[in-house]
Write a protein that binds this ligand. Structure first.
Ligand SMILES: [Zn+2]
Length: 141
């Protein structure tokens, strides 16, 4: 895994949905979130600008889930159920992209992932970055 990867291909589990993403800062933006949805979903996301995600195939299979303010749009494959990306509530000009969908990247390649305190959302304040709730560390046996 190359943390400085800028452009990388991705797909859902059944490979119906395929996409190419240009990341804002490689895999350095990897994060998790404590909000009610993310804590169930359990995915690690990296950042891309909205124009940085090109759906190459399967756009008709993409479903959207919204809740609460409905500001964030969570995309997932309607066939295999895998979350591919989401439009952020805190930064609507950005997508979070599921690292587990990216070619050659595993969530378990990351030693330490920042966890943002999405459960206590800073009311979409652009100026203040989300608070860090903690870190998830993967300790190899
Ligand atoms: Zn799928």
């Amino acid at each position: 895994m190359d943390l400085d990867t800028q452009t990388i291909d991705g797909a859902c589990h059944c490979k119906t949905v395929r996409f190419r993403v240009r990341l804002t800062d490689g895999l350095h933006t990897a994060r998790r979130c404590t909000c009610s949805y993310c804590r169930m979903r359990g995915a690690i996301a990296v950042s891309a600008d909205l124009e940085g995600v090109d759906i190459l195939a399967g756009s008709e299979a993409l479903s959207t889930y919204t809740f609460n303010t409905r500001a964030a749009k969570h995309f997932f494959c309607s066939r295999c159920g895998i979350y591919t990306h989401h439009q952020r509530r805190s930064k609507p000009n950005q997508f979070g992209v599921n690292v587990a969908c990216l070619e050659g990247v595993s969530p378990f390649d990351f030693d330490d992932v920042i966890v943002y305190d999405g459960a206590n959302h800073p009311e979409d304040a652009y100026s203040s970055p989300p608070r860090v709730a903690g870190h998830l560390k993967f300790v190899r046996a």
